[in-house]
Design a protein around this ligand. Structure first.
Ligand code: GLP
Length: 259
């Protein structure tokens, strides 16, 4: 795991966009595992800018998103399909038919989960998986629990997650109680993983995930077992790493950890 300290959110976003764009340049038909949430929005904006300048071509890119709220259609403005269209897909030359998000309205969610696993398999796995992180250490919507779930599955969202995502809805009552999420096995199957964390609310999760025990109670801690993970975090998200991890670094900017 490599950890990069970003100066601030803009720096984090540019660093992340650089890594994603390098992946696209190295493999123009790469399979990108994409994430929602506020954290990757800055990176998506930067990618759009480079695309508009003619520097980045998405025409052969394939994508699989991590998750979707159960019960929301792709037209609902809080669905993750809508988020991806508005924050990235509508602004670059990716072919929509090459983009995948779990179906939130499927009448048979279990069958939809199996279908989604097959989609990932048929694509040949994920080249680069982008991740945000929940305040409780969740990745995708893999909430803290007793086991690491391997494949795509339906989850009951924790109260904490619903509360923190309520800011995007009119009220907490409108936040769905369930979601479909890619499993830890699929995420860990990605060739490369890029995790982004911004803000003080992520400090505990970042510290526990990078330096705590590997446990499904902190889902992102499993990333310690992956051979190619890059974490980019801003100064606030690194607060506990600075305080407790015992890293002796010359500067809290750039790479601060590599093991
Ligand atoms: C949601 C998403 C996650 C995301 C998390 C953090 O729960 N399912 O993929 O990482 O929110 O979101 P934010 O980046 O807005 O803090």
């Amino acid at each position: 795991m490599k950890i990069y300290a970003a100066k601030d959110y803009n720096d984090l976003s540019r660093k992340a966009a650089n890594i994603i764009s390098a992946q696209i340049l190295l493999k123009p038909n790469a399979v990108l595992g994409l994430a929602t949430g506020s954290t990757p929005v800055g990176a998506y904006k930067q990618l759009i800018k480079w695309h508009e300048q003619g520097d980045l071509d998405f025409s052969r890119i394939l994508s699989v998103n991590l998750d979707e709220y159960k019960g929301l259609s792709g037209e609902h403005d809080q669905s993750y399909r809508y988020f991806m269209n508005h924050n990235l897909f509508d602004h670059v030359n990716i072919h929509k038919e090459n983009t995948n998000v779990p179906g939130g309205l499927s009448e048979d969610p279990e069958a939809e989960c199996r279908r989604y696993d097959q989609v990932i398999k048929d694509l040949g796995g994920i080249d680069l998986q982008l991740l945000g992180i929940g305040g409780n250490g969740h990745i995708g919507f893999n909430e803290p629990c007793e086991v690491f779930e391997k494949g795509t599955h339906v989850v009951t969202l924790t109260e904490e997650t619903r509360q923190s995502n309520a800011r995007f809805f009119q009220s907490i009552d409108e936040v769905p109680t369930h979601a479909l999420t890619m499993g830890i096995g699929s995420i860990m199957g990605a060739k490369k993983i890029l995790l982004l964390a911004s803000g003080a609310g992520k400090a505990q999760a970042v510290y526990d995930s990078c330096f705590g025990p590997v446990t499904p109670h902190v889902p992102a801690s499993v990333l310690q077992l992956h051979s190619d993970v890059v974490v980019i975090a801003d100064q606030d998200a690194l607060a506990l790493v600075k305080e407790k991890a015992g890293l002796f670094v010359e500067s809290w900017e750039g790479m601060i950890y590599d093991n």
